[in-house]
Design a protein around this ligand. Structure first.
Ligand code: ADP
Ligand code: MG
Ligand code: MG
Length: 885
């Protein structure tokens, strides 16, 4: 056709469009395709550039190519004695469904119609084809409204008392044609003119509103142009031995091998997809037209062998003979994508690396969460029940009744209800309610807010930052404009899209038990070099993480253990204690609990590294807030003045005193910038007895695990280090506790002591830190926060949103690692570590550890592993493999 195809298949597609390139390829493979030719996208671009004139020489080339078809088929375009009919089909490089149109049966006019009747003896067929031509030409080329034509047809059906156009008689179709001709006054009777106008219309449709909008939405370039395919017609509407249909070579829903699709006997073109007639499943073709069906199966196999991919095929059977009209890669669900990739590899059509490359991280993610049913979502949207969209921070669907209080959530869940916990934001003392809930909805907070972190940690769907929703905690209700959500009202949310619906939508859970995903991820493991660990605080999370393929724990946040409801009072007593002895008493109560937790982690991760981070947050986080306490105190005073009995007075006074003590402590611990204050290693140095207790618990648990015959691999991690001096001091305490425990137990367990790199200074002085650390773990959430001087808890609901919307930032640095700034700091830490030792362990344990783009960065920059929440582990395994390919 034209030169300039040396860029390979991609440039062939660029020039001929996807449809044209595949038609040419099918022809080359000896697959039965009606003869035709393709007018290139280059011709289209030059037409659009040249103020709507066909480029020089194009028309004579078209006629020349048309003659070649005429000679092959022994028919002539416009000749009543042996009329050739053709289709004119658009086809751009990337499929743009429904955007550009096709005209079938070009070449028909009153004379050729008469000739065709004489030839076929089938007036019904001829006038059915003719009315289709005028209708398509009228709408696509002349720009007439389709209703005009549909009204005529529905009148005709009405008069006749039938539901399908196919049931109209030949005479009735003839009348329809006459009426269509009146409607489409500009319809040219000269076939050559029909063809020329159709080609120009396809060219122009490239710049039509619908096409431009679609390209904008799909991110397709506007300067590609569309090709035009001119192809001899084959007729599926030639009677009972003819049919037209579409099928996939495998199920697009499940990936099950074997043809899946629909067909119609005695029909043409779009009938199957337009839904005007009830189609039949493709299996039925085996009965109706066994030869054509067998051939279709053979062609499907041939196409898969050529394209190494599941195909979506259009076909027509004309008088028992099969013709293929189009093939392209088939669309599929996440589930089908995984199964098809694995099957194709097992069938030897692609390699395992190709299979791994073909599945996207979000397709893997899909497997791990329930989904809102597509139909339910659509219906709810149509009924105006999509009430808000917030940040999609933890994927999956959740359906339940609204609860505005964690205790209520827990109680309702205890009664067997499904609950959505709705809060302005969440705090550590809400965790029991979060765990009881199916999903979490907050009006404040961003991607790394407490709600988001905890939700992801536990695989709870969550939507946060729904600013339009106002939560009234006292009245136990939420409002949004007119809308009022009372406690107990049903809500449905989709943490993958951020959508929140009023009402109870149907959900379904994708089936992963069939093992295709497990196989694929196993191949990914063979291909990747980057390790994948999990952030897990509890043994149950650790076990799940291991099931999902984690190779250890990259971060256990020990403070989460203190937040559990029965431990919090002890923790508070520890914080409130006036003397070191009192503090040690409280700590002594916590120690066996911690030790149990750690033992559980070592058991779950037997033989694999477990990084345990020392308590990190500022102590005030374990206490109620100032506002809460003030309110409690005021309430108690009011109730005191109205108290009826002495017992009640006693009780109220007791509570008042406790709250006033707490308030004093909250005041004492108050810091203007708590995140830059007494936390992390600073806390460990200020209160070494906390550090000692944690170290003892870790090593005692490790000894317990070793005595059971396990292989515990504790790695003790010091948070928020910014100076080697801090590390030296904390390490001394840890090492001496280890020595004491080992001496006491008469065994030793190998352990590492390392530090987080989450302040810029830690990264910049990493060479000094590396002298005293056995490993580094980059806390990328805090490192991003401290590098940008941007509070991760507030930014995403305030200016960061605007920054992203208006393009001040090109991406959210809390979602995807910032390579330019934060990345430089990490590079520095890696370089320092590796100077000290070739295989010095450096991991990333922030939220970035589950983000595919960040994972690719980590792979490229030589990190040892990424650590992410258990539910992201499969995604990280895939992304790490893809980064290595
Ligand atoms: P779309 O890209 O919208 O699917 P197509 O160009 O593929 O548009 O054509 C629309 C319908 O017409 C399809 O069902 C196709 O199979 C059918 N069709 C196109 N060309 C021919 C032809 N030459 N003979 C028979 N059917 C055809
Ligand atoms: Mg098509
Ligand atoms: Mg941190």
């Amino acid at each position: 056709m034209e030169a300039g195809l040396d860029g390979g298949w991609d440039s062939v597609r660029g020039l001929l469009g996807g449809k044209g390139a595949n038609l040419a390829e099918m022809t080359r493979l000896g697959i039965p395709v009606p003869p035709g030719f393709t007018v290139t996208t280059r011709a289209c671009l030059s037409y659009l550039d040249g103020d709507g004139r066909l480029p020089d020489g194009l028309w004579s080339q078209v006629l020349h190519a048309l003659h070649a078809i005429e000679d092959r088929l022994d028919k002539r375009f416009g000749d009543p004695a042996a009329p050739l009919l053709v289709s004119c089909r658009s086809g751009a490089k990337f499929s743009m469904p429904g955007m550009m149109d096709t005209v079938l049966n070009l070449g028909l006019n009153d004379e050729t119609a008469k000739g065709l009747v004489a030839l076929t003896g089938d007036e019904h067929f001829v006038f059915d084809s003719y009315r289709r031509l005028i209708q398509m030409f009228g709408t696509v080329v002349l720009g007439l409204r389709d209703e005009l034509f549909e009204n005529v047809l529905s009148d005709a059906r009405h008069v006749r008392g039938v539901t399908s156009d196919a049931d109209l008689s030949a005479d009735e179709l003839r009348t329809v044609v006459a009426r269509f001709r009146d409607l489409a006054a500009g319809f040219p009777t000269d076939p050559a003119e029909q063809l020329r106008m159709a080609i120009e219309a396809v060219f122009s449709s490239w710049n039509g509103r619908r096409a431009v909008d679609y390209r904008n939405a799909a991110g397709i370039a506007h300067d590609l142009g569309t090709a035009v395919n001119i192809q001899a017609m084959v007729f599926g509407n030639l009677g009972e031995h003819s049919a037209t249909g579409v099928c996939m070579t495998r199920s697009g829903a499940t990936g099950l091998p074997g043809l899946e699709g629909d067909f119609l006997v005695n029909a043409q073109g779009e009938d199957v997809v337009s839904g005007t007639r009830a189609t039949r499943p493709i299996e039925a073709l085996a009965q109706v037209m066994p030869t054509a069906y067998a051939e279709l199966q053979a062609m499907a196999a041939k196409l898969e062998a050529r394209y190494h991919e599941m195909q979506d095929i259009e076909f027509t059977v004309e008088d028992g003979r099969l013709w293929l009209l189009q093939t392209r890669d088939g669309k599929r669900t996440a589930q089908a994508a995984v199964r098809i990739a694995v099957d194709l590899a097992n069938e030897g059509l692609i390699g395992r690396a190709d299979a791994v490359r073909r599945v996207t991280p979000s397709q893997v993610d899909f497997f791990l969460h329930p989904q809102l049913a597509v139909a339910a979502r659509q219906q709810a949207a149509d009924e105006g029940r999509l009430i808000a969209t917030g940040l999609n921070v933890s994927p999956g669907a959740a359906v339940g009744v609204a609860a505005f209080d964690p205790d209520v959530a827990q109680r309702l869940a205890g009664d067997g209800r499904q609950v959505i916990l709705v809060r302005p934001e969440t705090k550590p003392d809400d965790v029991h309610g979060m765990l009881a809930a199916e999903g979490i909805l907050t009006t404040r907070g961003g991607r790394t807010s407490h709600a988001a972190l905890v939700a992801r940690q536990f695989g709870k769907p969550a939507v946060v930052g729904v600013g339009a929703l106002e939560v009234d905690l006292v009245g136990h209700r939420a409002t949004m404009g007119e809308l009022v959500i009372e406690e107990g009202d049903w809500l449905s949310l989709d943490g993958s899209t951020g959508e929140v619906y009023a009402g109870r939508l149907d959900t379904f859970v994708p089936d992963i038990s069939d093992g295709w995903l497990a196989t694929l991820l196993g191949w990914a493991d063979d291909l990747r070099t980057l390790g994948v660990r999990a952030n897990a605080d509890y043994p149950a999370d650790a076990r799940r993480a291991r099931d999902y393929g984690a190779e250890g724990i990259g971060l256990c946040r020990t403070e989460h253990m203190f937040f559990q409801s029965e431990r919090l009072p002890v923790m508070q007593r520890m914080i409130m204690s006036d003397s070191v002895t009192e503090r040690r008493d409280a700590l002594a109560e916590l120690e066996p609990l911690q030790r149990d937790d750690f033992l559980g982690l070592f058991r779950a991760m037997d033989g694999l590294p477990v990084i345990i981070r020392l308590v990190d947050p500022p102590l005030h986080e374990f206490l109620p807030t100032f506002e809460e306490l003030s309110k409690r105190i005021t309430d108690a005073k009011i109730r005191l003045s109205a108290a009826g009995s002495l017992d009640e007075v006693d009780d109220l006074l007791g509570r008042l005193r406790r709250d006033e003590d707490l308030l004093r402590q909250v005041r004492a611990l108050h810091e203007s910038n708590p995140m830059l204050g007494l936390r992390g290693v600073r806390l460990a140095i200020r209160h070494p007895e906390i550090l000692q207790m944690q170290a003892r618990a870790i090593f005692a648990a490790a000894c317990d695990a070793a005595e059971e015959g396990g292989g515990p691999r504790p790695e003790v991690m010091i948070p928020l280090t910014s100076d080697a001096g801090e590390l030296i001091r904390a390490r001394q305490v840890i090492d001496s506790e280890a020595a004491a425990v080992f001496a006491d137990r008469g065994i030793t367990v190998d352990y590492l002591v390392g530090t987080m790199v989450e302040t810029p200074r830690a990264a910049l002085t990493a060479d000094k830190l590396a002298e005293h650390a056995d490993f580094f773990s980059v806390g990328s959430n805090d490192l991003t926060q401290t590098t940008y001087a941007l509070s991760r808890d507030d930014a995403e609901t305030s200016f960061l949103i605007d920054y992203l919307r208006t393009g001040v930032y090109d991406h959210d640095p809390f979602s995807s690692l910032d390579p330019d700034g934060v990345g430089l700091l990490i590079d520095r830490a890696i370089a320092a570590a590796r100077t000290r030792e070739d295989d010095f362990e450096v991991g990333v344990c922030g939220e970035h550890g589950g983000d595919p783009a960040s994972i690719a960065w980590c792979h490229a920059h030589g990190l040892t592993y990424v650590s992410c929440s258990p539910f992201r582990v499969p995604v990280a395994r895939l992304a790490a493999a893809q980064a290595a390919l």
